[in-house]
Design a protein around this ligand. Structure first.
Ligand SMILES: Cc1ncc(COP(=O)(O)O)c(C=O)c1O
Length: 384
């Protein structure tokens, strides 16, 4: 198996424009929102915030979350389908613990989220890479792969995929849900970027909306819409699966996974503060995304292919075959630029001619300068 790159938590050296980093810049972190929410929670006469929490997460938090998600998803969300987690990463880890066994095959997209690859490796799972095209995961390929073997689950990022930003079409979502139901295929849908929409048309409803009629566990996170340091996320699934999770040893011993933080964020949800912050983030990221794409258009040779993302954090670049983004990275670092080479997202050691750029961390002038540095590097490498 190719090496798996490690964590996104890192210190950026001065002068470096690190477009590999897929997290919000400090200026975007909601300290005022959290201070207000903490004051609201501290005034709660029940004083439950510092107790063990209920295994599924407090019902009032889940109701507030369901209320927040309904307009974003465009579908009803039942609080009984929600379970509070320590973020999406922990939800993925929990699913691996409870729904797979060491040595099991799982289906993943090619490419896929590089750090999910690491969680799967921790559990000794064997990823089978399935193809994507511009409309997202190719669902016929899932059906064909099922004819060969039954995996423990399929892991997919249907909306504003990491790293490609592709969005699974509505029609394919329906077909995938049908396949999941007919073949009892557990689909783990990582939908953390679903709320970060920059285009007029919202994405199709998430796979979460099929969780009662198909074997779907959807994962969401406050990391992308509020702050990653909260370590707060959720799972959405049929109550049958929720019961399986709440009965596990971890929750039986420790109780709910994040009662303190969810108790604080509940106030922020109930007072519309998360919705307001999300509006601010979407506008900020939308402007950054447009600026980066315009700068890339100006700086890169016309043979380089990329699409303007409809949401999420990333621009995925495809260079002519033969260009090796992993080999290019040391030269980029010398010039104060970092990016994420394509092979890190591949389970086949492929995608050497691709790279992922993120517009979440840097301000517009730095994104533009980053695009210019990349343009010079690519032109030299293609001409030399
Ligand atoms: C697709 C995807 N899933 C999960 C995560 C991690 O989310 P969390 O911070 O909630 O663990 C990320 C963060 O980059 C991501 O891109």
């Amino acid at each position: 198996m190719p090496d798996i790159a490690s964590s996104a938590q890192k210190v950026i050296p001065p002068g470096r424009i690190d477009l590999a980093i897929g997290q919000p810049s400090p200026r975007l972190l909601p300290f005022e929102v959290m201070a207000r929410a903490a004051a609201l929670a501290g005034a709660d006469p029940e004083r439950l915030l510092l107790s063990y929490g209920t295994e599924q997460g407090e019902s009032r938090f889940r109701e507030a979350l369901a209320h927040f998600l309904r307009p974003l998803y465009g579908t009803p969300v039942d609080p009984d389908e929600l379970l509070v987690t320590n973020g999406a990463s922990q939800a993925i880890d929990l699913v691996c613990t409870l729904f797979a066994r060491r040595g099991d095959a799982i289906f993943v997209e090619e490419p896929t989220y590089f750090l999910a690859r690491k969680i799967f490796a921790d559990h000794g799972l064997k990823p089978v890479a399935l193809p994507m095209d511009e409309e997202g995961l190719v669902v016929e390929a899932v059906a064909e792969a099922l004819a060969v073997r039954k995996p423990a689950f399929l892991y997919t990022i249907p909306t504003y995929h990491n790293p490609t930003s592709r969005c699974l079409s509505a029609e394919r979502r329906l077909r995938l849900a049908r396949l999941s139901r007919e073949r009892s295929l557990l689909v783990v849908a990582d939908e953390v970027y679903h709320p970060l929409v920059y285009e007029e048309a919202p994405p199709p409803p998430p796979l979460a909306s099929f969780c009662r009629e198909a074997e779907i566990v959807s994962i969401g996170s406050f990391s992308k819409i509020l702050a990653p340091g909260l370590r707060l996320g959720w799972l959405q699934a049929d109550p049958r699966h929720i019961r399986r999770i709440t009965a596990c040893g971890l929750l039986d011993s420790g109780g709910g996974l994040n009662p303190y933080t969810s108790g604080i964020v509940r106030g922020a949800l109930e007072h519309g503060l998360v919705e307001k912050h999300l509006g601010f983030l979407k506008e900020t990221y939308r402007l950054r995304m447009f600026a980066l794409c315009a700068a890339l258009h100006a700086a890169l040779p016309s043979e380089v292919r990329f699409r303007r993302p409809g949401g999420g954090f990333f621009v995925w670049l495809e260079f002519p075959e033969g260009l090796d983004t992993e080999a290019l990275l040391p030269h980029a670092l010398e010039r104060g630029l970092e990016f994420m080479p394509g092979p890190r997202f591949s389970n086949r050691g492929a995608l050497g001619n691709c790279m992922r750029l993120s517009f979440a961390y840097f301000e517009i002038p730095d994104l533009e300068e980053g695009a210019r540095r990349l343009g010079r590097l690519i032109r030299e490498s293609m001409n030399g």
